[in-house]
Design a protein around this ligand. Sequence first.
Ligand code: ATP
Ligand code: PRP
Length: 238
Amino acid sequence: MESLTDATFPADPSTPAEAGGTLILALPKGRILAELGPVLARAGIHPAADFADEGSRRLRFETDHPGLDVVRVRSFDVATFVAHGAAQIGVCGADVLMEFDDDQIYAPLDLGIGRCRVSVAAPVEMAGQDLGAASRLSVATKYPAIARRHFAQKGVQADIVHLNGAMELAPSLGLARVIVDLVQTGSTLKANGLVETEVIANVTSRLIVNRTALKTRPEAIAGWISRFRAALAERDAR
Ligand SMILES: Nc1ncnc2c1ncn2[C@@H]1O[C@H](COP(=O)(O)OP(=O)(O)OP(=O)(O)O)[C@@H](O)[C@H]1O
Ligand SMILES: O=P(O)(O)OC[C@H]1O[C@H](OP(=O)(O)OP(=O)(O)O)[C@H](O)[C@@H]1O
């Protein structure tokens, strides 16, 4: 895909001569990356060819901008790299930001990709039961903070079973009564005898930046935010 070249598009915000060194853009491996490709291209960012190669063992890639490198990390780790300033810019799901809740992370742009929701799901037989009626409830999830907060608002103490995947197995194997997980089409829930009982939050992917870096390198970072904003406007106008 051609990137924007017209005169209204913000100029390349990072040049090798700029003070502060190479900016790092942290991107998640996995499903967001596929949808992010066209957005990156529209923003005029083309990482080295092997970036798209899942078989490549490289983790850091130069781009066609001498002042910008890309690192490929796990989705939750994007937030960690940006919160600590190891990467100045990143992309991750709003689910990760809700769970991470770090005030060093500023999320100025909704990229409108990676659409799904964080939901509570329960076995079909439990559907219709008032989950707020119990004082405690066991919950399998990779989002312990989101789950705890959600059930605390109902006066229910969530006993968290922390899993990193395959949460859908937990109720049928007696690991937890309900799960809190991402739902998009609902087919994973259906295939495992579960139904979505509550939507906690709708999720899309966000551009995130480190707040300190935004203060110390305002031109470069605000420049990249503008480029992404222009790329989204151009995409959405089509
Ligand atoms: N089914 C889905 N539909 C749409 N977006 C999703 C879906 N599942 C996850 N996402 C979004 O993609 C992000 C990364 O999810 P993905 O499943 O690729 O990684 P993961 O398996 O959670 O990460 P890791 O492999 O690091 O454990 C999530 O944080 C969420 O924002
Ligand atoms: O509603 P659906 O369209 O079925 O999508 C939901 C599934 O997608 C995500 O898993 P993913 O495929 O990323 O696998 P993992 O998190 O278990 O690695 C999520 O954890 C659900 O299992």
